[in-house]
Design a binder for this molecule. Structure first.
Ligand code: NAD
Ligand code: MG
Length: 369
């Protein structure tokens, strides 16, 4: 038997983290969980520690933010599954890549705020990123080793979120409880709100830009309410490939661990196209969901703009979840922060963190909190 690969799961108590441990429990012959980190749920972390007996397990609230980097750079860790939510995951991603590890990346905010730094860390350290996000996993699988030159464009699918059919006026006033009721995916609170505003799809467009080296003109979005087609790749000869399956993060997590290999997993559900039918596609209603275009524009602007977009969104979502602002104010807060700060310098980690902090402060001040 070949040596088992050591895995660190950062954010092990979250939606992706718990899914990852479920998958890893089925593949103990290949993978050994050597490190776990979580933010605050000590009860669940204890259960996970009892089940997997990792050599390192730490709560950020006890061990400080450093524990993510410690877990990510351990000698017995080959793969870092970064399932932390938000900009808090940045240093662990950079440190793991500098140390030559594979980062199985769910924490897309990392790549959005600091795509150039992530690329530089890969060049310096020899690490690699394999996406966990289902759309990007789909694209990676369809590309099957081909480069950007073979691709005419990619089309990311978006469920459209819970407000896809709502009248614009009603969307503006939607509550947190309504935003958290996602039609097809069970996810953490922040990404659920991002899916409702379509800010998540903006983050994913920027993520695709960095992962696959595609200009923004070659990345499109289509609404696909059933979330069965996980994305399309249209090649230069006009051929289009898609990766499909019932919405579940188990496959993208497993594939990020095993890429480019495929390993047998009998627990993955059999594909039933009739049960998943019909599949429909429709254009994005940009007037109802302005966060998507704002994020894509921030991606095109580059520099600190994507970091500002991301941080303003994180802060606005936090305030929205507290019940302080209306749903429609998330996008207007992002727009105001970008109008104010998009030109900030973003050429170093320090500059990006300062743009991130300025965007959060701007949104807090706007809402008087
Ligand atoms: P979640 O809120 O369910 O879990 C987040 C995890 O990160 C928890 O373990 C939490 O303890 C930890 N955490 C939170 N704040 C932290 C901090 N400041 N420092 C360190 N750890 C912290 O979120 P999730 O839905 O699992 O999403 C995680 C990431 O994966 C996000 O970037 C999200 O966009 C991405 N993602 C999620 C899904 C999904 O299906 N849930 C799909 C694709 C991508
Ligand atoms: Mg996704």
């Amino acid at each position: 038997m070949t040596k088992r690969r050591g895995v660190a799961v950062l954010g092990s108590t979250g939606s992706v983290g718990t899914t990852a441990l479920k998958v890893l429990a089925r593949h103990r012959d290949r993978f050994e969980v050597n490190a776990l980190t979580a933010f605050s749920n000590s009860g669940l972390l204890k259960e996970q520690t009892d089940a997997f007996k990792p050599k390192f397990a730490e709560l950020v609230t006890n061990g400080g933010r450093d524990c993510l980097v410690k877990a990510a750079t351990r000698a017995d860790v080959d793969i870092v599954l970064n399932a932390v939510v938000g900009a808090a995951g940045l240093d662990a991603t950079l440190a793991a890549l500098e140390a030559g590890k594979r980062v199985a990346l769910a924490n897309k905010e990392t790549l959005v705020m600091a795509g150039h730094l992530v690329r530089a860390a890969i060049t310096r350290g020899g690490g690699e990123i394999v996406p966990v996000d289902s759309e990007h996993s789909a694209i990676l699988q369809c590309m099957a080793g081909r480069g950007a030159d073979d691709v005419r464009r990619v089309v990311l699918t978006a469920s459209g979120g819970p407000f896809r059919d709502w009248e614009p006026e009603r969307v503006l006033r939607a509550t947190a409880a309504q935003a958290l009721r996602h039609p097809t995916w069970q996810m953490g609170r922040k990404i659920s709100v991002d899916s409702a505003t379509l800010a998540n799809k903006a983050l994913e467009v920027i993520e695709a830009h960095y992962l696959f080296d595609l200009d923004f003109d070659r990345i499109d979005v289509v609404v696909h309410p059933q979330s069965v087609v996980h994305s399309f790749v249209e090649f230069v000869d006009g051929s289009v490939l898609a990766q499909v399956g019932a919405p579940s993060m188990e496959l993208p997590v497993l594939y990020a661990l095993t890429h480019p290999a495929r390993v047998a997993d009998a627990a993955m559900p059999a594909f039933d196209p009739v049960a998943l039918s019909p599949l429909t596609f429709e254009p994005v209603k940009h007037d109802r969901f302005p966060a998507l275009q704002l994020g894509i524009e921030a991606g095109r602007t580059g520099g600190a703009a994507p970091a500002v977009f991301n941080a303003a969104n994180e802060q606005a979502v936090a305030v929205f979840l507290e019940g302080t602002i209306a749903f429609g104010e998330i996008a207007s807060a992002i727009k105001a922060a970008l109008d104010h700060l998009a030109g900030a310098i973003g050429d170093s980690r320090a500059a990006l963190l300062s743009a991130d902090a300025a965007a959060r402060a701007f949104v807090k001040e706007r809402f008087g909190c």
